[in-house]
Design a protein around this ligand. Structure first.
Ligand SMILES: NC(=O)C1=CN([C@@H]2O[C@H](COP(=O)(O)OP(=O)(O)OC[C@H]3O[C@@H](n4cnc5c(N)ncnc54)[C@H](OP(=O)(O)O)[C@@H]3O)[C@@H](O)[C@H]2O)C=CC1
Ligand SMILES: O=C1O[C@H](COP(=O)(O)O)[C@@H](O)[C@H](O)[C@H]1O
Length: 503
């Protein structure tokens, strides 16, 4: 595997440079790396797309999306933009790629580059994906005079069959070593934290199993619906949008065995091994929902979108319980839950431990570890301790690692920044391997066929801005999650007086 670092004189080309992803994520991530000093001033950055635009027009289009918090970072915008040029050409003709290649060759020659380092980023819709990938190989690959890394974005197919087709097109042209499949959740700080958290803490290893843990929940919630994107979302649905990819990735890192080393392939081997242990699940046991108008009538329902079929059964909320059939996790329900137009925007993991054994503290709350991926990265472990002071009551409190308090003024990279840097370093750990895709699609395709088939059930309604369909709490309880009522508990507890009077 090539862990060669792309440092000086790297050429980065963003395909689909006129699009939304490039504007909102890819270029801002490149700027973020530059701003923080992780991208050399000798880098050449190019945008490539069909739209007619000058270099200057592209720069003007991109600049408003760059994050600048200080005067110093504002000054860097112009400096960065001078690295960016634009090529306008079709995706299906050789000329554009040949032109691109000669620009890169000239750049390499001027800088006496002996090994060309090229990062090609495909911020493109799936319809042109394989065309661009194959033209790039034909007309813009330096052969044995350099290295190319190709970043590709989801969707990697829409089911097992289409994912295999995509792979059949790509695999003969691009090696697995050259391909970097982005799942941007793998670039999020708390997701990247999963490996050290799991495997660098001995106390945790001892209890990270079904002897101590009774339930695991991975939850994705968004406060907003599909407004304006309904037509696009209708053929996707929440399961394909975030569960088969983002949440499943989080799940594997949370539950997999320790890799034999930090080598990216060792990490990915363990992820695949875990995925293969997930039991086939019964699609009929999945809780499905679709949002309706908000209770106060101010927010539209999913079907109110003019671009959506009024009879659509598209799933905008799903909760499902998986089982991992191995010695460590047998019997522990793993709940994945995701929804749009809910009461909050958050992504979090909840690991709940067994209740305390009979005895003097048998009625206290269960320990629960919460890992908040977003917003505001945090980990807290809900514990039972003595209320400070003269009395001996217990209270629930937490070991709290809130990043904004503990790590003030730290640069926490955006997911895309983190992943582009990994790619520049030749580190595949946080990118999706072909066999991971195969297993995940095998798992999810029967469920997708069921919810999209002719006999698909009608998803349960839930009002925009609520926690999800009625029956959610019962579903969680039926699948092992014990929700403690903390009405007497508010955070942070600064004085014991909140609990009871002195007499
Ligand atoms: N760094 C931080 O921000 C920290 C915050 N805290 C605070 O500690 C306290 C306890 O933390 P936390 O465990 O997060 O909060 P709670 O135990 O109060 O609630 C946890 C979550 O459970 C879900 N829930 C609500 N009702 C039910 C139900 N009937 N069945 C199942 N699930 C239900 C809700 O999420 P959902 O709707 O998604 O299901 C809710 O957010 C909170 O006050 C929290 O703010 C503590 C430490 C650190
Ligand atoms: O891939 C996707 O992810 C976003 C959520 O990403 P986040 O980084 O904002 O949490 C989701 O809104 C979108 O529908 C989906 O395609």
């Amino acid at each position: 595997m090539s862990h060669v670092e792309f440092k000086e004189n790297t050429v980065i080309v963003v395909f689909g440079a006129s699009g939304d992803l490039a504007k909102k994520k890819t270029f801002p991530a490149l700027f973020g790396l530059y701003r923080e000093g992780y991208l050399s001033k000798t880098t050449k950055i190019m945008g490539y797309a069909r739209s007619k635009m000058t270099d200057e027009e592209l720069r003007t289009r991109l600049a408003p999306f760059f994050k600048t918090t200080t005067e110093e970072s504002k000054k860097l915008v112009e400096e960065f933009l001078q690295l960016v040029t634009y090529v306008s050409a079709p995706y299906d003709q050789p000329e554009g790629y040949q032109k691109l290649n000669s620009i890169i060759e000239k750049f390499d020659a001027e800088r006496n580059v002996t090994e060309s380092h090229r990062l090609y980023y495909l911020a493109l819709p799936p319809s042109v994906f394989t065309t661009v990938a194959s033209n790039l190989k034909k007309y813009a690959h330096p052969g044995d005079k350099g290295l190319v890394r190709l970043i590709v974005e989801k969707p990697f197919g829409r089911d097992l069959k289409t994912s295999r087709e995509l792979q059949r097109h790509l695999a003969p042209i691009w090696t697995e070593e050259e391909l970097y499949r982005i799942d941007h959740y793998l670039g999020k700080e708390m997701v990247k934290n999963m490996l050290p958290f799991r495997f660098a803490n001995n106390f945790l290893s001892a209890c990270w199993n079904n002897n101590f843990i009774t339930s695991v929940q991975i939850t994705f919630k968004e406060k907003f619906g599909t407004e304006g994107r309904g037509g696009y979302f209708d053929s996707i649905g929440i399961i394909r949008d975030v569960m088969q990819n983002h949440l499943l990735q989080v799940l594997t890192l949370l539950l997999m065995e320790r890799p034999r080393s930090a080598d990216p392939e060792a990490v990915r081997d363990e992820k695949v091994r875990l995925l293969k242990c997930i039991k086939e699940f019964d699609p009929k046991k999945v809780l499905l929902g679709q949002y309706t108008q908000s209770e106060d009538g101010t927010k539209p329902g999913y079907l109110d979108d003019a671009t959506v079929d009024p009879k659509s059964k598209c799933v905008t909320f799903a909760a499902m319980c998986l089982e991992v059939d191995n010695e460590r996790w047998e019997g522990v329900p793993i709940i994945l839950r995701a929804g749009k137009a809910l009461n909050a925007s958050k992504v979090e993991i909840r690991v709940q431990f067994k209740g305390t054994a009979n005895g003097m503290y048998s009625d206290v709350s269960r320990n629960e570890l919460v890992i908040r991926v977003q917003p505001d990265e945090a980990m807290y472990l809900k514990m039972n301790t003595k209320v400070p002071g003269i009395k001996n009551e217990t209270t629930t409190t937490e070991l709290d690692l809130s990043y904004k308090d503990r790590y003030k003024n730290f640069y926490i990279p955006e997911a895309y920044e983190s992943l582009i840097r990994d790619c520049l370093h030749g580190d595949h750990s946080n990118f999706v391997r072909d066999d991971e895709l195969e297993v995940s699609w095998k798992l999810f395709t029967p469920l997708l066929n069921f919810v999209e088939g002719d006999d698909a059930p009608k998803p349960l309604p839930y009002a925009y801005g609520t926690r999800g369909p009625n029956g959610l709490n019962q579903y969680l309880a039926d699948n092992g999650y014990v929700h403690e009522n903390h009405s007497s508990y508010s955070w942070p507890i600064t004085t014991p007086d909140v609990l009871e009077s002195k007499i």
